[in-house]
Design a protein around this ligand. Structure first.
Ligand SMILES: *Cc1c(COP(=O)(O)O)cnc(C)c1O
Ligand SMILES: [Zn+2]
Length: 405
């Protein structure tokens, strides 16, 4: 196993149990502490012999390369978006399109590491609770690894594409009569009984893979550190992972400044924004989160405290956007840049626009918006927010009149 320890993020205690998902002494969140010593002598170019993607960064990963379960995740495009940038008033805007991952969301970055670890410790059954993308991703990786997979979904609230993927890849899908937080409670009970290896956001191995979105952005910008990175915040695992990646790169001397990490939430599910507005280190959970962006419809973000630290320590910001603003940003990305994202992903761009209007983002900042998931994940939302197909007979003249020809 690559040299690392599991430590408690809250009390710092080392945890020996490979199945643990919280600290046995204080109940705190766990994190992986990598031994970065072997990286101290290296430069980013030393990794360039391997194609861009999660496993280019294997020396930063807590898994033996022999145990890797991969379907070629990461290596997603970083698009310069001048048209979108002009529209929202940011001169140097990029979109990191993680919807181009194998199952269509950034969750694949963490899942390749999580399932590789599960395989390394001999787990036979893996499981998760999910708003959709985690289960779609886990189902694919479990299939690749030859493991059984059980996913718990909140009933009736999962986008069609995500549900289709989980079923298609052969997971046992259990629809829990409740919201995400309640579905998670069931999954955690089974994990405590060791009936399955839990691969939720609480799992300390997944964020290690999620660090790679930052490593890739740095490689793609030739280590010219952007001023700001904006991303949607649900359970807050991704923003915390990006922060961890920055800390590690600083520690080994590959960067000397960090971008301002900026977390966007939907107005109907904004516990982190509220905490940020009051300058608090902890947040108050919301009972009834609601938003069209189902991937960030989270009232009690598991890594919320980590997210707040990430935002404060990098001088970042946090703001909410309405469902209308999210859908408008989704449409602009599609129609001006040809980038198809699901609603949660569009929150980053909606947030960029809002923060620019508020004067928090400067016109000359170099901004990277991370777009986390693919448009095809949630076709129903797109269809209901777009113009329906025009019904018409086969007659050429009526088609011409519709087309103004
Ligand atoms: C999971 C997910 C998010 C939220 O990420 P967190 O790590 O939970 O903050 C955002 N967008 C998409 C598409 C997702 O699948
Ligand atoms: Zn602890």
């Amino acid at each position: 196993m690559a040299p690392h320890e599991i430590v408690c993020w809250e009390c710092g205690r080392t945890v020996k149990d490979m199945y643990a998902d919280t600290c046995p002494s204080c109940g705190g969140l766990l994190m992986i502490k990598m031994d970065l010593e072997p990286l101290m002598e290296m430069r980013p170019e030393d990794l360039h012999g391997t194609p861009i993607g999660v496993w280019r960064y294997a020396p930063f990963m807590p898994v033996e390369t022999a145990n890797i379960v991969s379907i070629r995740e990461g290596g997603t495009p970083l698009y310069p978006c001048s048209v979108l940038g002009a529209e929202i008033g940011v001169n140097d805007l990029f979109v990191k399109y993680d919807g181009a991952n194998p199952t269509g969301s950034f969750k694949d970055r963490g899942m390749t590491v999580g399932v590789s670890h599960a395989s390394e410790i001999g787990a036979k059954i893996v499981g998760c609770a999910s708003t959709g993308n985690t289960s779609a991703s886990l189902a694919a990786y479990a299939a690749k690894a030859g493991m059984r997979c059980v996913v718990f979904l909140p009933s009736g609230k999962v986008a069609a594409g995500k549900l289709a993927q989980a079923i298609f890849f052969g997971a046992k899908v259990i629809s829990v009569d409740g919201n995400f937080d309640e579905a998670l409670a069931v999954a955690r009970e089974l994990s405590e009984e060791r009936a399955l290896y839990l691969l939720n956001s609480i799992n300390p191995y997944r964020p290690e893979g999620q660090k790679t979105v930052l490593f890739e952005i740095m490689d793609q910008l030739a280590y010219d550190v952007p001023d700001r990175i904006i991303l949607p915040v649900g359970n807050a695992g991704n923003i915390s992972a990006v922060h961890k990646a920055l800390i590690e790169l600083k520690e080994i001397g590959w960067i000397d400044k960090v971008p301002m990490l900026t977390g966007i939430q939907a107005e109907g599910a904004m516990p982190i924004v509220r905490a940020f507005n009051s300058k608090l280190a902890d947040f108050v959970p919301e009972e009834h989160p609601e938003t069209v962006a189902t991937a960030i419809r989270i009232g009690n973000p598991i890594s919320g405290r980590k997210a707040l630290r990430a935002i404060y320590e990098t001088g970042g910001h946090s703001v909410s956007v309405t469902d209308e603003e999210i859908l408008a940003a989704q449409k602009i990305l599609g129609r001006r840049e040809g980038i198809g994202v699901e609603p949660a992903s569009a929150a980053s761009v909606a947030g960029a626009r809002k923060l620019r209007e508020m004067g928090i983002i400067d016109r000359d900042e170099r901004v990277v918006c991370i777009c986390t998931g693919n448009a095809l994940k949630d076709p129903d939302t797109i269809i209901s927010s777009s113009e329906p197909p025009v019904k018409c007979s086969k007659d050429l003249s009526s088609i011409k009149s519709i087309l103004d020809l």
